[in-house]
Design a protein around this ligand. Structure first.
Ligand SMILES: *Cc1c(COP(=O)(O)O)cnc(C)c1O
Ligand SMILES: [Zn+2]
Length: 385
């Protein structure tokens, strides 16, 4: 068995396939591309997997990096899946678990996408990357680019969190601030020459890194899936990745039965996916004047919106929006009951758990996994002194 079972890239929109061993961004039709694997050729057993080091590279057969020497790592992956007994009892979901992505290099799950994305870009010959960001993705990609010895140009709004600016600077990436929103940062990046554009879903491998959250949840639960997984959704890469992971595990024969119902959680300050879900549309409409304290999910129009909506439909899931005041109250509440200082995006998923339990959509005996996507420490302004 080779290190990776990667076979080709496939367009989920037009169905065209592409050679994976080239520098490639979007499909010519404008859609993101998805990595496909020769899953039947994977001979790995669960016991062999269990003996591997506790990082995301333990799943290398289902990751796109072909040669181990191209792996760029800071030790990311295998984050805790924590029971929340006190908080769970209060909201009426006793079997509530938190997958805590705060405990990962650069403090958010963005490190997973960056580790795999940078590694694979390096492998196909990229040495200079550029990206627009609201903050967290820029921190992660800049760090992994430094680790790989690559040049990185990161563009973010002046209003992006200062901590992310500092993180980009300290690892030696070039930082360009724009007086505007992420769309303006993206426009700046499009004008630059000599860089590979690694914007969200414009290259195929970030999603492969984020997919490992789904692989880990399944492994940590002994290959028995939970009933519901909630995810704070911005660009949608995380939720698409979890869905893709579970479909691949089913193809591998390691799991069976219905997939967990996937829930996309957004802020009422920017809820294009929720709106499309409620209207029954296959794609979202751009959200005007997007603004929320949960800056990681401020994405007015995601390139992969149609895939998020498919993931929800395929798993009988749903999409829910909660307002910023509720998000902050839930963040503080969870911290007091469980000692965990989570990010506002993560807190949004807990507000959604409470809401969906009250409506009966989540049942009292459901096993529920809520994703905390980042460290509360990156958001000091959420706790007034
Ligand atoms: C980017 C981000 C999200 C949203 O992730 P997507 O994969 O783009 O949907 C959620 N939480 C945090 C903390 C983020 O930085
Ligand atoms: Zn296409």
């Amino acid at each position: 068995m080779t290190f990776s079972a990667l076979s080709h890239l496939e367009c989920p929109k037009c169905g065209q396939t592409h050679d994976a061993d080239q520098v490639i961004g979007l499909c010519p039709c404008g859609s993101p591309l998805l990595a496909r694997y020769d899953v039947p050729a994977v001979t790995l057993t669960k016991d062999e997997l269990a003996a591997r080091p506790p990082d995301l590279w333990r799943y290398h057969e289902l990751l796109p990096v072909r040669a181990p020497e191209n792996v760029v790592t800071l030790g990311e992956g295998m984050t805790p899946l924590l029971p929340l007994p006190r908080y769970g009892r209060e909201v009426g979901v006793e079997r509530l678990l938190m997958k805590d992505e705060g405990l990962i290099p650069t403090g958010t799950f963005k490190a997973r996408g960056a580790a795999v994305g940078v590694s694979r870009a390096y492998e196909v010959g990229v040495r200079r990357i550029a990206m627009p960001t609201n903050g967290n993705a820029g921190s992660s990609w800049a760090a992994y680019a430094a680790r790989a010895g690559m040049a990185a140009l990161i563009s973010m709004p002046v209003a992006a969190p200062e901590i992310c600016r500092r993180e980009v600077k300290v690892v030696g990436a070039e930082l360009h601030l724009v007086d505007g929103l992420i769309g303006d940062a993206a426009a700046f990046i499009r004008e630059q020459e000599g860089y590979f554009d690694v914007s969200t879903l414009k290259e195929p491998y970030r999603i492969e890194g984020k997919k490992t959250m789904g692989l880990e949840i399944a492994e940590q639960l002994g290959w028995q899936l939970p009933d519901v997984i909630l995810y704070p959704t911005g660009g949608g890469v995380g939720i698409i990745g979890i869905w893709k992971a579970l479909v691949e595990l089913r193809e591998l024969g390691w799991i069976d039965g219905p997939l967990p119902r996937l829930v996309a959680v957004q802020s009422t300050g920017c809820a294009p996916i929720v709106q499309a879900y409620e209207k029954g549309l296959p794609e979202s409409e751009p959200w005007p004047d997007a603004k929320t304290i949960a800056f990681g999910i401020t994405v007015p129009k995601a390139l992969g919106d149609f895939l998020v909506l498919q993931a929800i439909a395929d798993t009988d899931g749903c999409a829910v929006a909660v307002d910023d005041e509720t998000i902050l109250a839930e963040q503080h509440h969870l911290a007091r009951l469980e000692g965990a200082f989570i990010c506002p995006e993560g807190a949004a998923t807990f507000a959604a758990v409470r809401r969906l339990r009250e409506s009966g959509w989540i049942r009292a005996d459901d096993q529920v996994v809520a994703l905390n996507t980042g460290l509360g420490l990156k958001y000091p302004e959420t706790v007034p002194l």
